[in-house]
Design a protein around this ligand. Structure first.
Ligand code: ADP
Length: 412
C-alpha cells in the first residue's frame, strides 16, 4: 500500500511537473504568436490588404499554433490514458471525493470492493456503507491529515484497509482501499500452524522426558524394564522423525520445489502397483485388498511416483481404520476429461462434522487423536492431487466405511 501510495505520488508529481513545463513553453509560444499578430495588425492598419507577406506570416503562425495545440492535447491524452490504464489494472481501490463527499472518480477495483457500479455523483457514505471507513474519511476532511482504518465486512468475511488522503487543491480527499483478506488468512494459517506444531511436539517430547527420567531413576538396573522403556523411546523418536519428514515434504510441495515429472500413466497399473506395496500390511491387519479397474481406461498425465504416494497414503489410512475381516477396494473410472480414483474401506468411518476438515494440516478426528499418525498425510495428498490439476474429497458413513476420491486429468 505504501509502495502504491509512493508510486501514485511520484507519478502525480511527474505529471504536474511535466504539465507545468508544457504550460511555460505554450505561454512562450503564445506570446510569440501574439507579437506576430500585433505586428501584422499594425501593418494591416496602413498596408492591408496589399501586404501579402504579413498575411501569410499571420496564417502560418495560426497554423503552427493549431498544430502545437493538437500535439499538446495528444500528449496530455496519452499521459491521461496511461494513468487511467494503471488505475484500471490496480487491485487496490481508488476513489476521489470532493469536500462534500461527492464522488467524482472511482476505479474498477473500488467498484468491486464496495459492490457499487454507479458511484460517480453519489456520496462516500452511500458507496462505502461502512461507518468506520466513512468516519475515517470524515476525520481526514476535518483534520487535513492522512487517516488509516481497517474493518472486517460482516457476512462477507472480507478484510479491508482504507487510507484517506487529503487533496489540497480540491479540498476533497483521495481514498485508497486494499483487500487484506488473503494476507489475514495467511496470518491465521501461520499462527494455527505454529500452535499445532507446538502441540504435536509436546506429547512425544513429554513422553521422552518421562521415559529417560524413569531410566535414570533406577529402571536402568532392571534390564527387562529398561528394554521396554527403550522400545517406547524408539517409538516416540520414530514418530518425531516421521513428523519432521512429512513437514519437510509438505513445505517442499507447498513452495513448489517438487517439480512433477509428468508422463502418461495407466490408471489400472498405478492401482496395482500401490496395492502390491500395501498387500503385506493389509494381510497382517486381516483385511482383503483388491483392485477394480478396467485396462481400457484412458491414461492420465501424472507423476507416477507422486500419485502412488497418494494412493499408499489413502490405503494406509484405510488399513489403519478398518477392523480385521474388512475390505479395502481400489477403483478407477473415466469421468469426462478426468479419471476418478477411489479408495474404499469398510472401516470405522469419519464423523460428518470432520469430513471437510481432515485434509487440513494436523487434523485428526477425536477417535484417532490418541493413536499414532501426524495428521499430515491427507494434507500432503491434497497438495499432490491439486498440483496435478485434480480434486480430492471423502465420503463416509460412520461404522460402515469411508471412500476417498481424487481426480486426475487424462493425457488427452
Ligand atoms: P494421520 O497421519 O493421522 O492418519 P491423515 O492426514 O492421513 O493423518 O488423516 C487425518 C485424519 O483423518 C486421521 O487421523 C483420521 O482421523 C481420519 N481418517 C483418514 N482416513 C480415514 C479412514 N479411511 N477412515 C477413518 N478415518 C480416517
Amino acid at each position: 500500500m505504501i509502495w502504491t501510495l509512493g508510486l501514485l505520488s511520484v507519478l502525480s508529481l511527474l505529471l504536474a511537473a511535466w504539465l507545468g513545463w508544457r504550460f511555460v513553453r505554450l505561454r512562450r509560444r503564445l506570446d510569440d504568436y501574439a507579437r506576430t499578430v500585433r505586428r501584422a495588425a499594425w501593418k494591416g492598419n496602413t498596408l492591408l490588404p496589399r501586404d501579402v507577406p504579413a498575411l501569410e506570416e499571420l496564417s502560418n503562425a495560426v497554423r503552427d499554433l493549431v498544430a502545437e495545440l493538437n500535439d499538446q492535447f495528444a500528449e496530455v491524452d496519452g499521459e491521461r490514458g496511461k494513468l487511467a490504464a494503471m488505475l484500471d489494472q490496480m487491485t487496490d481501490g481508488v476513489l476521489i471525493a470532493d469536500a462534500n463527499g461527492q464522488i467524482s472518480f472511482l476505479n474498477p477495483a473500488a467498484e468491486r470492493l464496495f459492490e457499487h457500479y454507479d458511484a460517480v455523483g453519489h456520496t462516500v457514505a452511500e458507496v462505502v456503507r461502512q461507518h468506520q471507513l466513512v468516519e475515517a474519511w470524515q476525520r481526514c476532511q476535518e483534520s487535513g491529515e492522512v487517516q488509516i482504518e481497517s474493518v472486517e465486512l460482516p457476512g462477507r468475511h472480507q478484510f479491508l484497509q482504507l487510507f484517506a488522503i487529503p487533496e489540497r487543491h480540491t479540498s476533497g480527499s483521495l481514498l485508497m482501499v486494499q483487500d487484506l483478506t488473503r494476507v489475514r488468512q495467511l496470518e491465521t494459517v501461520r499462527r494455527d500452524f505454529i500452535s499445532n506444531i507446538s502441540h504435536e511436539l509436546r506429547t512425544p517430547l513429554a513422553s521422552l522426558k518421562a521415559l529417560t527420567e524413569t531410566l535414570n531413576e533406577g529402571a536402568l538396573d532392571d534390564p527387562p524394564a529398561a528394554r521396554r522403556f527403550l522400545q517406547r523411546i524408539e517409538t516416540e523418536v520414530d514418530a518425531l522423525t516421521q513428523m519432521a519428514a512429512e513437514l519437510l515434504e509438505l513445505s517442499r510441495i507447498e513452495s513448489g520445489h517438487v517439480p512433477l515429472k509428468l508422463k502418461n500413466v495407466t490408471p489400472d497399473r498405478l492401482l496395482e502397483s500401490a496395492a502390491e506395496r500395501m498387500r503385506t500390511q493389509a494381510e497382517r491387519a486381516g483385511l482383503g485388498l483388491r483392485v477394480e479397474a478396467g485396462a481400457d481406461l484412458p491414461p492420465v498425465r501424472a507423476d507416477a511416483a507422486r500419485l502412488e504416494q497418494v494412493l499408499v497414503n489413502l490405503i494406509h489410512n484405510a488399513v489403519k481404520f478398518t477392523r480385521p475381516g474388512g475390505e479395502v477396494i481400489l477403483q478407477a473410472g473415466a469421468e469426462r476429461a478426468f479419471v476418478r480414483f477411489a479408495v474404499h474401506d469398510t472401516g470405522l468411518g469419519i464423523p460428518a462434522e470432520d469430513l471437510a476438515r481432515i485434509f487440513e494440516r494436523f487434523y485428526k478426528t477425536d477417535r484417532s487423536r490418541s493413536g499414532g499418525g501426524t495428521g499430515l498425510g491427507l494434507s500432503i495428498a491434497r497438495h499432490i492431487v491439486e498440483a496435478h490439476g485434480g480434486r480430492i474429497w471423502a465420503e463416509s458413513v460412520e461404522s460402515q466405511g469411508s471412500t476417498f476420491f481424487f481426480t486426475i486429468p487424462t493425457a488427452a
